[in-house]
Write a protein that binds this ligand. Structure first.
Ligand SMILES: CC(=O)SCCNC(=O)CCNC(=O)[C@H](O)C(C)(C)COP(=O)(O)OP(=O)(O)OC[C@H]1O[C@@H](n2cnc3c(N)ncnc32)[C@H](O)[C@@H]1OP(=O)(O)O
Ligand SMILES: O=CC(=O)O
Ligand SMILES: [Mg+2]
Length: 567
């Protein structure tokens, strides 16, 4: 059969799934399911299609601009503040007042939109739950659609989960966290929904379906008249924030709700975006509820932005933390920018998670989390992220001890001292050594993460740390950078240089180690070999792939009833 993008039949070939009732120009190519059909209603799809039609050329343009910026950085330019928008940075303006329902966001839990986790997160004692269609989710059709079903039930307050193996029924407590939803980034297509013959934009599907079904109950039960609330990932420029602002206005108009009802926190998690924080807030000023330090993608973006700058190589991944000068400068400037504009400056994620069966190691992990949160709150952040319910009490304690009853520090931690932070501060090369252990760990983590992602898990515990798409990206691009520039592993004192041959040997040895760690049976049944192939290709590619998940996505697209698109 003649196939097009993602292995689908080209236009004009017989439609695959006759069951979903779709509006003109919309073609659903994912599996039919009665539950999914309650999300994929004709009217909801009509709304998504309208968003796609209105904004597709703007999105295409924004993605072209990313390519153009990449070309400039690859020719030696450095990202920096834009002289053309100095008036925005220097002007005195503030964002719309923070909605009372989310004035206090001291601790936010994050997690994929998986049913049991949604309930656990909402019950966790955190102020906010960021339900993730992004870094923590492998965007298979099943995960995405089930995620929408789960969120609809959560907003309705009716979500339950029956764990038969444990004979335990999960349901919501009386008091729950406020829900924020993170759609995918602009770059990811949704290959199971075609609009006018092209895959839909993933984030418009995530946003559009969630908004359509939930805006009314959400505003009633959660937002006290505001909402729904969102987190927006991976933007590189304020023109991308402007698209989101227009999407929000379009959605508000469709719903007949007041302009400024929808609110969003933007993750500053790309290096170019740190120079655009005022501009991003300005574009979203009627819809903003702050910025967040997405530290893991930010580190990934540092490598990506400087992929053609061999003078800016990273040390071992474990050494690139928030105390590196460029990371501290980013967090400090984010706090100053947000507080000057009257909105939350949110801290990011510590990667440690509870360690069962080892109290001493568990206490050490908790202590690292406490230290990270103490740094966040003392710097002036209004809240922070936690990866696991077991971390919430420690994070809450640190924030309460340092902020008392105040809901946030927007007025109290102005951080005017951070006004002097320069481009050089934000770009300073991180210090530290490179080691064979670092190369091995990147490889072991990267392969295992991709294997999990291919089999439906977008966030996993590996070596007692939370790993998701953002942390795995660091492993990938760091390996790529070290191979490309043949770096010396200077921390080992042996003068070994990284090469494709050395990396091949490391991959072989680490695959053997993974097999012995996970066991032969799991190794055989899992997708470790496929993951290894993808990861190895990406680490050794002559030019750096923009995203690990773009290529890997081809492996999880399932054309119903034909089977995997590429395998
Ligand atoms: C870079 C970034 O973008 S950060 C944001 C994106 N990343 C994330 O959101 C990661 C979120 N965290 C997680 O996914 C998980 O905590 C993991 C994968 C790291 C670890 O998961 P597990 O190994 O299953 O944890 P563990 O077995 O200790 O879980 C214990 C319980 O806590 C629950 N749990 C763990 N993490 C979460 C969470 N984030 N939200 C809700 N519930 C959770 C589990 O469901 C389990 O519940 P149960 O006892 O009722 O069965
Ligand atoms: O999304 C968060 C990050 O750290 O990346
Ligand atoms: Mg991220």
């Amino acid at each position: 059969m003649d196939t097009g993008t993602y292995g689908y039949p080209k236009q004009g070939v017989k439609k695959i799934d006759p069951f979903y009732d779709v509006p003109e120009g919309v073609d659903i190519r994912g599996r039919y399911d009665e539950e999914f059909a309650k999300i994929l209603t004709k009217d909801a799809l009509k709304f998504v299609a309208e968003l796609q039609r209105e904004f597709r050329s703007h999105i295409r343009y924004a993605l072209e601009c990313r390519k153009e910026a990449k070309r400039r950085y690859n020719e030696g330019a450095l990202p920096g503040f834009d002289p053309a928008t100095r008036y925005i940075r220097e002007g005195e303006w503030v964002c719309a007042p923070v909605p009372p329902a989310v004035a206090d966001r001291k601790v936010e839990i994050t997690g994929p939109v998986e049913r049991k986790m949604v309930i656990n997160a909402l019950n966790s004692g955190a102020k906010v739950f960021m339900a993730d269609f992004e870094d923590a989710l492998s965007p298979s059709w099943e995960n995405l659609m089930r995620g929408q079903v789960n969120l609809k039930d959560a907003v309705a307050g009716t979500i339950t989960f029956n764990d038969k193996a444990r004979n335990k029924v999960y349901k919501l407590n009386d008091q729950t966290a406020k829900l924020f939803v993170r759609p995918r980034g602009w770059h990811l297509p949704e290959a199971h929904i075609f609009i006018d013959g092209e895959p839909a934009t993933g984030c418009l599907v995530d946003f559009g379906l969630y908004f359509y079904h939930n805006h009314a109950p959400f505003r009633q039960t959660q937002g006290a008249g505001f909402g729904p609330f969102f987190y927006l990932p991976k933007m590189e420029h304020s023109r991308e924030a402007k698209i989101w602002n227009n999407v929000f206005e379009r959605a508000e108009k469709m719903a007949g709700i007041e302009r400024g009802s929808i609110r969003a926190t933007v993750l500053i998690e790309t290096l170019p975006a740190v120079f655009q924080m005022n501009e991003i807030l300005y574009e979203l000023r009627d819809h903003s509820v702050g910025l967040n330090c997405g530290r893991w993608d930010y580190i990934f973006s540092y490598v990506k932005t400087f992929q053609a700058h061999p003078d800016r190589l990273l040390p071992d991944r474990v050494l690139v933390g928030m105390t590196q000068h460029f990371m501290k400068s980013y967090s400090d400037l984010l706090i100053r920018t947000c507080h000057r504009r009257g909105v939350h400056a949110m801290g990011g994620m510590a990667a440690q998670i509870p360690i069962r069966d080892d109290p001493a190691a568990n206490e050490a992990a908790l202590e690292l989390v406490r230290k990270d949160k103490l740094r966040d709150v003392k710097a002036g952040h209004d809240g922070t992220w936690a990866a696991h319910p077991g971390l919430i009490p420690a994070c809450v304690e640190v924030f309460n001890n340092n902020m008392g009853n105040a809901p946030n520090q927007i007025k109290d931690a102005k951080r005017d001292d951070a006004a002097s932070i320069t481009e050089e501060d934000l770009l300073q090369i991180p210090r530290g050594v490179r080691t064979m252990d670092g190369l091995r760990l990147n490889t072991r983590v990267g392969i295992q993460y991709v294997a999990a992602w291919l089999t439906g898990s977008g966030s996993v515990p590996l070596y007692n740390l939370m790993e998701d798409a953002a942390t795995a990206e660091i492993s990938r691009v760091q390996n790529w950078q070290w191979i490309k520039y043949g770096v010396e592993l200077d921390g080992d004192g042996l003068g070994v240089r990284v090469s494709k041959e050395l990396f091949s040997r490391v991959v072989e040895e680490e695959m053997a180690r993974i097999e012995s760690e996970v066991g032969k049976d799991k190794f055989k049944k899992g997708m470790y070999k496929e993951a290894c192939k993808i990861f190895k290709r990406q680490c050794t590619a002559p030019t750096l792939d923009d995203f690990l998940t773009l290529d890997a996505y081809n492996y999880i697209v399932i054309q119903h009833p034909k089977g995997p698109a590429k395998l």
